[in-house]
Design a protein. Structure first.
Ligand code: KE4
Length: 427
């Protein structure tokens, strides 16, 4: 079934560390050979052995209209034929900036970069530059990309490998990073007691990197009040939840407003785009207007902007997409829950818009400690059974699943049959 991928993986291992350009893709926490993908089309991935998979990862979130979406490709090809990159301003950047600023009341100004990591790294530097303070607060289990000061008990790849803080990050870089517990306001208060030099608190308002764990509304409100009380900025990292949890990401589902927001994934439509934005008075501190330096050769790349514009404009034109995708996500996890209950398998599930999550766990998951108590061995066996049956779930318990528009009820029913067969085999 995966002969060619096996050979391809062995070859890749000779030239690329772990055979992959991003650790989670190596399937280390679930085992088995990672399928090498030949092409994607709609809801499907096709690997180089000709196997077809119903894809619930969609490149970790960006592809809300599915693989090789014709309208996105058309926009990309049309722009590419005019040139790939100019290193000079284009109308496209302003157009995409306008679409996002008009949508988010928390974003007065925005700047594009090339990844979520870059967006968060830049937002943190801006928060430090604006407040003149050095310390930051993050939450156990939240992942904000791999910039040094945030690789402290990250919730994505690092946590999957059980090495929450990465070698190579100097102690000096992390001594300014305080860790709090998700959905636990007392732990945040303790951070503010421990430091009077906190520039910002960064949070995934809907956490997607410890599995899907939404923040409680009351907790977010208390977090907002605490930041205001201490003059610290609140940063919502919506790289994953933006344009996925709702048209306005988590901000479409909570009354709380951040001072800065980071975005990525969907706003690039599958091309490399990240962004950070927020209050005008804060963004005014960014070079060349202000003293906080930040730059990038391919930032605002016109081809990537064209892809993002195609996707964002269609989502804004028809926000009912989110209701449809949420119903499908609920159909999937609802069916999964019934199957697990019938087979006596403890399961927790969660849905937020087009995002869904599930934990092999007998108790609700409210933070990273809860998530880590999930049955990771069962998750690995389950994932392998799903791959055998042509269902491509995220290859880690600490990730989130996604529904895209071509992934219809028929495919969800087919998935549920495979889930039932797979669970029957392993429990
Ligand atoms: P990138 O640098 O990978 O574009 O974005 C970093 C990032 C920042 N913030 C949040 C909330 C994120 O989810 C991410 C990246 N997400 C992971 C998947 N959970 C990317 C997959 C990978 O690392 O290969």
């Amino acid at each position: 079934m995966l002969e060619k991928s096996k050979a391809a993986y062995e070859e890749a291992l000779r030239y690329i560390p772990g055979g992959v350009d991003s650790p989670v893709r190596a399937f280390k926490s679930v085992g088995g050979v990672p399928p090498f993908i030949e092409r994607g089309e709609g809801a499907f991935l096709y690997d180089i052995d000709g196997n077809r998979y119903i894809d619930y990862v969609q490149s970790w979130g960006p592809l809300i209209f599915g693989h090789a979406d014709p309208k996105t490709l058309e926009a990309v090809c049309e722009q590419a034929n005019k040139g790939l990159s100019f290193g000079a301003p284009t109308l496209l950047e302003t157009e995409l900036a306008k679409e996002i600023v008009e949508l988010f009341d928390s974003i007065d100004k925005i700047r594009f970069v090339n990844s979520g990591t870059e967006a968060v790294m830049s937002a943190i530097r801006l928060a430090r530059g604006f407040t003149g303070r050095d310390d930051i607060v993050k939450f156990e289990g939240c992942y904000h990309g791999h910039s040094d000061s945030l690789l402290v008990s990250a919730g994505s790849g690092a946590a999957t490998f059980g090495h929450p803080s990465s070698p190579g990050v100097p102690e000096d870089f992390t001594k300014h990073t305080l860790l709090a517990r998700y959905n636990d306001i007392e732990s945040v208060k303790r951070c503010f007691e421990a430091s009077s030099d906190i520039a910002c608190v960064i949070i995934e308002p809907i956490a997607g990197n410890m599995g899907l764990v939404p923040a409680d509304e009351e907790f977010l409100q208390q977090l907002r009040a605490l930041c205001d009380e201490h003059g610290a900025l609140l940063i919502f990292d919506e790289v994953m939840s933006g344009f996925r949890a709702s048209l306005k990401g988590a901000q479409g589902l909570t009354s709380v407003r951040p001072d800065l927001v980071t975005l990525g994934k969907v706003i690039g439509g599958g091309m490399p785009v990240g962004a950070f934005g927020g209050r005008a008075d804060i963004m005014a501190h960014l070079s060349p207007e202000g003293p906080v330096y930040q730059a990038g050769t391919l930032s605002g790349n016109p081809v990537a902007m064209a892809a993002g514009l195609s996707v964002v404009r269609r989502l804004k034109k028809d926000p009912s997409i989110y209701k449809i995708l949420e119903l499908r996500a609920k159909g999937l996890v609802g069916g999964f829950q019934k199957i697990a209950d019938a087979r006596g398998v403890p399961l927790q599930t969660e849905v937020r818009g087009s995002m869904f999550g599930f934990f092999f766990n007998d108790r609700p998951v409210k933070n990273f400690d809860d998530a880590q108590r999930s049955d990771l061995e069962l998750f690995a066996k389950f994932h392998q059974e799903m791959i055998k049956r042509g269902v491509y779930f995220a290859c880690s318990q600490f990730e989130t699943g996604f529904i895209c528009t071509p992934l219809d009820e028929k495919l969800i029913d087919e998935t549920l049959e495979h889930i039932d067969e797979g669970l029957k085999k392993i429990v």
